[in-house]
Design a protein around this ligand. Structure first.
Ligand code: SF4
Length: 326
């Protein structure tokens, strides 16, 4: 019996017609081609231990990933991009100004984690991944799911699914696809405002996907996974922190809690300036504190999150992979 590789025209011991051999070889080559992202710049913040990586894809497109330190020394989370640019145009986000160039392939998402991992200090470990870089991950949901499977696989990056967070501004079909995938990653929703008119002015996708539909899909995710989602809000001075905003936020949380039996964790993320033409100011300490205390007073579990790397454009909402980063 012919053995594998015994003859150039045999595949697994079976003699193949010439054309079939060509197809076979092409298929294998396509399956096993290993792509690479090139590190164009590594920008370490001088105010905190955040590090931003500007990465160039094989087609010349640029994306950014951020290494976020956790409180436990030597533990890091990687904030990854899922698209080159973004089509959703949220008013407070620099990436949204770029428009969408293309979706990232699954390997391009995984590669971001590999690049950050090989740059860790000695003894360091990537504890988790957050899909909060450039792009709306659930607008590229199939590749994001494929990437998560590799990141979680023991033969891949071996990262606990519960340490992977997918953040969305609201794509109900994508949330449902994530639910159907059987993955048990954490879900983050960028709420921004629970008042429809305010949200529409800040998050244009609200016009197509009202928050009520997003929350209905998120509740189904909770039904299957059981985990409380994270609701993010970025206080913008004088825009979404009024008493009416607090009341609407509280009512939304109460409804979600009644529907699912779990209470979302609310994360207050400070606004980071996005440069020329910026329409907003970060809510100051007093305004943010008042907003947080008002939510706490009505029983909403709320934390204020640190958003680091602002001096190198690595903070939430700032990722643009500017050519000047080179
Ligand atoms: S916040 Fe997210 S979804 Fe909105 S424009 Fe920025 S990258 Fe896109």
């Amino acid at each position: 019996m012919a053995s594998v590789h015994q003859r150039g025209d045999d595949v697994l011991g079976v003699r193949m017609p010439k054309m079939a051999r060509r197809v076979e070889v092409d298929a294998i080559a396509a399956c096993f081609r290993v792509g690479r992202l090139t590190v164009v710049a590594r920008e370490a913040s001088t105010i905190d231990p955040f590090v931003k990586y500007v990465l160039e894809c094989e087609d010349g497109a640029r994306i950014e990933a951020v290494r976020i330190p956790l409180e436990k020394p030597g533990r890091f989370v990687v904030c990854v991009s899922s698209q080159v640019g973004c089509a959703l145009g949220c008013a407070f986000c620099a990436t949204g100004r770029l428009g969408l160039a293309r979706n990232l392939e699954a390997w391009e998402i995984v590669e971001q984690v590999r690049i950050v991992r090989r740059d860790l200090p000695e003894g360091g470990r990537v504890h988790g991944v957050v899909f909060q870089g450039m792009g709306e991950p659930l607008a590229n949901v199939e590749r994001v799911i494929a990437a998560i499977k590799v990141l979680h696989d023991p033969c891949g990056a071996a990262i606990d699914q519960r340490a992977i967070t997918v953040c969305t501004v609201g794509i109900p079909s994508g949330i449902r696809r994530l639910t159907a995938s059987g993955l048990r990653v954490r879900l983050g929703l960028s709420i921004t405002s629970a008042r429809r008119e305010t949200r529409r002015s800040l998050v244009p996708v609200e016009n197509a996907n009202p928050l009520t539909e997003v929350l209905a899909a998120a509740a189904e995710y909770v039904d299957v996974n059981g985990d409380a989602p994270m609701f993010a809000v970025t206080p913008l001075a004088g825009v979404n922190t009024t008493d009416e905003d607090v009341a609407a936020f509280g009512a939304m949380i109460a409804e979600f809690r009644a529907r699912t039996g779990v209470s979302p964790r609310v994360s207050i993320v400070p606004y980071n300036a996005i440069g020329e033409g910026d329409r907003f100011l970060r809510a100051d300490e007093a305004e943010s504190t008042r907003f947080r205390d008002a939510l706490s007073a009505i029983g909403v579990p709320v934390v204020r999150r640190y958003s680091g790397g602002g001096d190198v454009g690595a903070a939430c909402g700032q990722l643009v992979a500017r050519p000047s980063s080179t």
